[in-house]
Design a binder for this molecule. Structure first.
Ligand SMILES: [Zn+2]
Length: 269
């Protein structure tokens, strides 16, 4: 078992650092996802054995993974219209959240996931309108994209992911059967997304946090709000202004979402 773990650790180092990953992603996707799932499930030898066992029991060709209807994910670009969100270092949150959300949509669609955006242009929507889309489309997951702030020059940076510990009554009633109550799978969803997006971006990992933000508390499915970095940080705001870095953020979130959906699917089988 020790040998298996070492080879897995080496694979992780290789896949995460090498740009070759992007080029050959279609071919190695399943094995990479196995590695990432291994980490997401706590990195125990047991989780690897469990995943491998599942794969042997039921081979999952990539094209046919979503064996019935492909899952639908609601992607929410934070703020918009008269609500600009935070402003710092020449960055307006509503513009950057829309940009990252658009990249996230593309990544998810490339993985065969259906996507509904709460907004695809600069317009205002209430938090309830955003959350309601999850129920309306019977979404499998909901991701809200935001940028963080602290005192300008405070030096705080990194990524953190929020989930609601107790979903509101109306949302809870809409949570599909088998997903449980309370946070309805959102804590695990947050854990996976946070881990993968931090791996993809090498951003400081500020962890997952339970908070009753309306947009995630009222969405009728596992829901997370990702604070993709601090625009108040002089160094992180520079990175966030680079399209290549925003691609990494979007790619990391997308891989976390897909992994979460796949693990849910395996459990449901
Ligand atoms: Zn925000």
């Amino acid at each position: 078992m020790v040998i298996v773990e070492n080879s897995v650790v080496n694979s992780i180092k290789y896949f995460i650092t090498a740009d070759i990953f992007l080029k050959f992603r279609p071919f190695i996707a399943l094995s990479l996802q196995t590695v990432v799932a291994f980490l997401a499930l706590g990195g125990s030898a047991y989780s690897l054995v469990w995943l491998e066992g599942r794969r042997e029991a039921e081979p999952l060709p990539r094209a046919g993974f979503w064996n019935e209807t492909a899952p639908l994910v609601v992607v929410d670009a934070g703020h918009g219209g008269h609500d600009g969100g935070a402003v710092a270092n020449g960055v307006v949150e509503k513009n950057l959240s829309l940009d990252i959300a658009g990249r996230l949509k593309k990544e998810l669609e490339a993985a065969g996931v259906r996507v509904v955006m709460t907004r695809s242009e600069d317009r205002f929507l209430s938090l309830d309108e955003r959350a309601a889309l999850a129920g309306m489309h019977q979404a499998a997951a909901f991701v809200s994209v935001h940028l963080n702030t602290d005192g300008e020059g405070s030096g705080a940076e990194g990524i953190e992911t929020y989930f609601a510990e107790a979903k509101g009554l109306s949302a809870r009633q809409l949570v599909p059967e088998g997903q449980g109550r309370g946070e309805g799978g959102s804590a695990e969803f947050a854990k996976v997304v946070q881990r993968v997006v931090c791996g993809a971006t090498r951003a400081e990992n500020r962890g997952i946090k339970a908070r009753e933000y309306a947009v995630v508390a009222r969405a009728a499915c596992p829901a997370v709000l990702v604070e993709c970095g601090f625009i108040t940080s002089s160094s992180e705001s520079v990175r966030l202004k680079q399209a290549g870095y925003r691609d990494k953020v979007a790619d990391g979130i997308a891989r976390g979402v897909v992994l979460f959906l796949q693990v849910q699917g395996l459990r449901a089988n």
